[in-house]
Design a protein around this ligand. Structure first.
Ligand SMILES: C[S@@+](CC[C@H](N)C(=O)[O-])C[C@H]1O[C@@H](n2cnc3c(N)ncnc32)[C@H](O)[C@@H]1O
Ligand code: SF4
Length: 446
């Protein structure tokens, strides 16, 4: 009678488990606790601080325009939309108060705050200050990383002074391209001159600066792409995120494609852009801190996103925001009006919930772990009691043979080639782990 499949038991623990298959049938030996208390640690030395870190995400679903490539669910602001933003800010403050009480997280230490969108920089500094005051009233700030997304066209001295006062220490600019011709085709109103001025001003403020570039836009050529990547490096930003254009039916691009009026760079071209950009960034000393964000010298990783991927407690406020708290994933209503009406009535705007099983946690740490380019095997074993490299040895070998992974005694890591296919590797290993868990493992063709 082997209660725990020995293949998934870590070495340390297997030493404690008798293999009952060879024992005589017996009613002796009442199990009081597992693991038995003799293995528990001395209380004085362990777990002094019981409260795990908490991270907060705020979704600001408003933009000045819908960029032609973008599929995010957003509301477009008109000139006199101050009242709409006020209402949304009121709702966020109310949701903070509701959630902190209902979830029993009032006073918890907050290690990161992220304002994402949409375009958070369409809020006025005093509106942002109201949200920050509400956060401070309900939580304890533990010198948090404070990330803020900005569209350069909304950037001005008043905003940057306001952000510095609020304690924003990481600014993330949506740039997409430094080529004015390519930008104009997206429907954005930024220009290279405006973008560079905003980035320089942000760098001078002492914040960590990240910029987003988007590979595969209409009108992109190798020359325009190289210009964008080189400009980012010249500006000396701390981090460059290279997104691959994703197409969804609600993007304006799709209307044009259906009408036969838009010819985007094909997959092969897009791949050449991405490859060139990643190689160039690496040559200039930028290392992947995730498979799509490259940071100077490998420093300045963004803690918020990595904590989210590790499944640390994170609460998402605002329309469509999501997070996981105490092993329960929750997402709010995505329609702005429905979200507002619900919060204003004092009701919960949570629309979707999922209680994660231990298998979900194990799978998440593989699929999302690969996004960080590396899974630390000792850490994985400590969290889940599984020798991952042993359990997935055949599948790891397949990805190694494809040149996508390196496997050392400490870690499974994306290779330079694997960085281009980060999510593929995560999904591949996730599927392999699921097969092991469900007993559907089958020999894999190399
Ligand atoms: C919320 S936006 C950043 C802030 C601000 N809204 C802006 O655009 O400047 C986050 C990023 O998503 C990326 N993005 C938008 N649409 C995308 C798409 N169709 N495919 C891939 N990435 C996209 C863009 O690079 C954008 O900078
Ligand atoms: S890319 Fe940014 S500014 Fe443009 S529509 Fe999407 S979220 Fe809004």
């Amino acid at each position: 009678m082997s209660e725990i499949p020995l293949s998934v038991v870590p070495r340390q623990q297997t030493q404690r488990i008798t293999d009952y298959r060879d024992e005589a049938l017996s009613r002796d030996g009442f199990v009081v606790a597992w693991p038995p208390q003799r293995y528990w640690k001395n209380a004085e030395s362990q777990f002094v601080d019981q409260s795990p870190p908490l991270h907060l995400y705020f979704h600001i679903p408003f933009c000045l325009q819908r960029c032609r490539y973008c599929f995010f669910k957003i509301g477009i602001l008109s000139e006199n939309s101050y009242a709409v933003r006020e209402r949304y800010v009121d709702a966020l403050c109310q949701e903070i108060a509701q959630v902190s009480e209902q979830q029993g997280i009032r006073g918890r230490r907050v290690q990161s705050i992220y304002f994402g969108g949409g375009t958070p920089s369409v809020l006025q500094p005093e509106q942002l200050a109201r949200i920050k005051a509400s956060i401070e009233q309900h939580f304890t700030l533990d010198d948090p990383e404070f990330v803020f997304e900005i569209e350069p066209v909304t950037f001005n001295d008043r905003l940057i002074d306001g952000l510095s006062e609020l304690g924003v220490n990481r600014m993330s600019f949506g740039i997409q391209s430094f080529d004015d011709r390519v930008v104009a085709l997206t429907g954005r109103h930024d220009t290279e001159a405006k973008n560079c001025a905003a980035i320089e001003r942000a760098l001078a403020s002492g914040a960590v600066v990240n910029i987003d570039l988007l590979s595969g836009l209409e009108g992109e050529t190798m020359d325009s792409w190289q210009h964008s990547v080189n400009r980012a490096i010249e500006l000396g930003v701390h981090a460059v995120t290279v997104y691959k254009l994703e197409l969804y039916s609600n993007a304006h691009y799709m209307d044009d494609i259906r009408a036969g009026a838009l010819d985007l760079p094909d997959d092969e071209q897009e791949m050449r852009f991405a490859r060139w950009g990643i190689d160039r960034l690496r040559d200039q000393g930028y290392a992947p801190s995730t498979y799509f964000t490259f940071t100077k010298g490998g420093a300045f990783p963004q803690r918020h996103i990595i904590s989210r991927w590790r499944g640390e407690d994170l609460y998402g406020f605002g329309a469509s925001a999501f997070g996981t708290l105490g092993g329960v994933a929750r997402q709010n209503l995505s329609e702005i009006d429905e979200y507002l009406t619900c919060v204003e009535k004092g009701a919960s705007p949570v629309q979707r919930v999922m209680q994660l099983s231990s298998a979900d946690h194990m799978l998440r740490d593989v699929v999302m772990g690969m996004k960080t380019t590396r899974i630390d095997l000792a850490q994985y074993q400590q969290r889940h009691g599984l020798n991952l490299a042993w359990a997935l040895q055949e599948d790891i070998k397949v990805l190694e043979q494809k040149g996508l992974l390196h496997h050392t005694s400490n870690a499974i890591e994306l290779s330079a080639e694997g960085v281009i296919y980060g999510d593929y590797c995560g999904r591949y290993l996730g599927a392999a782990l699921r097969r092991v868990m469900t007993g559907n493992s089958r020999p894999i063709k190399a």
